[in-house]
Design a protein around this ligand. Structure first.
Ligand code: NAD
Length: 433
């Protein structure tokens, strides 16, 4: 890659991370080919449209596609830089599944040439970048591979995780600091030169394994701290205390910053990535494993409490507010809100109504349950019980006058002034146990 020429870039995987990344790189003036296994995704992007919800992404993608800087395909082509942003889920035993990463590696290996820069951005268990390197070495014995040759390698391979917040992805992609871990220091420098083209945040170089672990540690840190807040919420309920008041007061201590409780922890990052550490060091991770259990347990606590509430009010119409895994996004993966609402839907059928402004239709598990999707205005008009599962702004701004006569179970603490708020009941506690 000559420093005076803008590199041609191939971004593999055009989801929540890959598409904004491809668009931001294209905006910096590079020609970007987006590669995805989904023909539907490819066709949507080539029309200048998007298949995910993200602030300002539609205009950006439309602009770079119409200027010929971004195109999408299911077929790989030679490029100077390859950025891999494919899924890294876990299996039913919580073991990380890096098959998508290896599959992406198999796709790009045949077109690699001398000077190419390969960067893995998918959240990955420690050692994945080396596995990717070994796979490329196997498929391309003609290339000198970093870490496996005593000479100057033909290509460079690095790991650079994403730490963006959905809803602020475009801003954070460019402004957040980055950890860039090379298979060798030379690899890290090559990746650094690339990121400098479009990242304003500080880019810090390290080795690939440390960068992989850094990403996992960041999410495990969040998970453990949310678990503390969730455990407190159950303890406070048991003692008849308002957890929000307790946390608000405790956070006045200059060195205390307790996070917010909720109906559990969701998404494909914080609820998933800690398992990658546990899987890598099962004996050494009692705290991280327990935090996962506490956060999943909070979801079952909320289900028990919500079921007891609905049961105690026969005939009352119920609105579940929100299905997304966090506020103001359309991402429903691993969402505790979605899980809680679907359990209520299966048990109470048409008494349950779902309000989710970010969903065009209800997810598949609501089929045949008899529940309906309604908007917040209809819910405030028609429902007697409101169960707040997500702190979307559109719920947060509902004034007290419009909900004062409702019975509210607020798992997110968005309405501290609610007079008819549900507290813990003996029934719910027995159901939890
Ligand atoms: N979404 C986030 O907020 C976020 C934040 C930080 C890190 N991450 C990590 O980024 C990675 C990608 O996550 P995402 O949310 O963008 O996933 P996603 O599911 O939204 O998108 C992944 C895309 O990759 C495509 N794909 C799958 N296998 C492929 C292959 N072999 N070749 C080409 N395309 C392929 C899929 O069709 C899909 O469009 C994951 O490792 C995730 O943990 C995500």
């Amino acid at each position: 890659m000559k420093s005076d020429k803008k590199p041609d870039v191939c971004v593999v995987g055009l989801g929540y991370i890959g598409l904004p990344t491809a668009a931001v790189i294209a905006r910096a003036g590079c020609r970007v080919l987006g590669l995805d296994v989904s023909q539907k995704v490819v066709d949507t992007i080539n029309r200048g449209e998007i298949h995910i919800e993200e602030v300002d992404l539609d205009g950006l993608v439309h602009g770079v596609v119409s200027r010929g800087l971004l195109s999408a395909s299911t077929e790989v082509a030679p490029a100077d830089v390859f950025v891999i942003a494919v899924p890294t889920p876990f299996d039913k035993d919580h073991a990380p599944d890096i098959s998508y990463v290896l599959s992406a590696g198999r796709t790009i290996a045949p077109v690699l040439k001398q000077g190419d820069v390969i960067i893995l951005e998918s959240t990955s268990p420690v050692g994945t970048t080396e596995r990717l390197r070994d796979l490329i070495a196997e498929m391309r014995p003609d290339l000198k591979i970093p870490g496996l040759t005593g000479e100057i390698p033909d290509i460079s391979i690095s790991y650079c995780p994403e730490r963006v917040l959905p809803g602020r992805i475009l801003e954070e992609l460019t402004n957040n600091d980055r950890s860039i871990g090379g298979i060798t220091p030379r690899c890290a420098r090559k990746a650094l030169a690339f990121y400098k083209r479009f990242v304003r945040g500080e880019c810090v170089t390290t080795d690939a394994r440390s960068a992989e672990m850094t990403k996992l540690v960041e999410n495990a840190y969040r998970d453990v701290n949310i678990a503390f807040a969730n455990e407190l919420s159950i303890v406070a309920d048991r003692m008849g205390l308002d957890v929000w008041e307790v946390i608000r007061l405790a956070n006045r201590h200059p060195r205390v910053n307790i996070l917010s409780p909720g109906p559990g922890v969701g998404g494909h990052c914080i609820a998933v990535d800690p398992w990658f550490i546990v899987h890598g060091a099962p004996e050494e991770t009692p705290l991280i494993r327990t935090a996962r259990g506490v956060n999943d347990g909070k979801m079952h606590h909320v289900i028990a409490k919500a079921e007891a509430l609905v049961e105690a009010h026969p005939g009352a119409k119920v609105a579940c507010l929100g299905l997304a895994f966090k506020a103001n996004i359309d991402d429903f993966r691993e969402s505790p809100a979605r899980f809680v609402a679907s359990r209520l839907a299966r048990r109470f059928g048409e008494r349950i109504h779902i309000v989710e402004p970010y969903a065009a239709e209800l997810p598949i598990e609501f089929t045949d349950t008899g529940v309906r999707q309604i908007d917040i205005d209809d819910a405030l008009e028609a429902c007697d019980i409101l169960i707040v599962l997500v702190d979307h702004d559109v719920f947060r701004v509902v004034p007290l006058a419009e909900r004062a006569n409702k019975l509210v179970y607020d798992t997110r603490g968005i309405w501290p002034d609610q007079p008819r708020a549900v507290r813990e009941t003996e029934t719910a506690l027995r159901l939890v146990g």
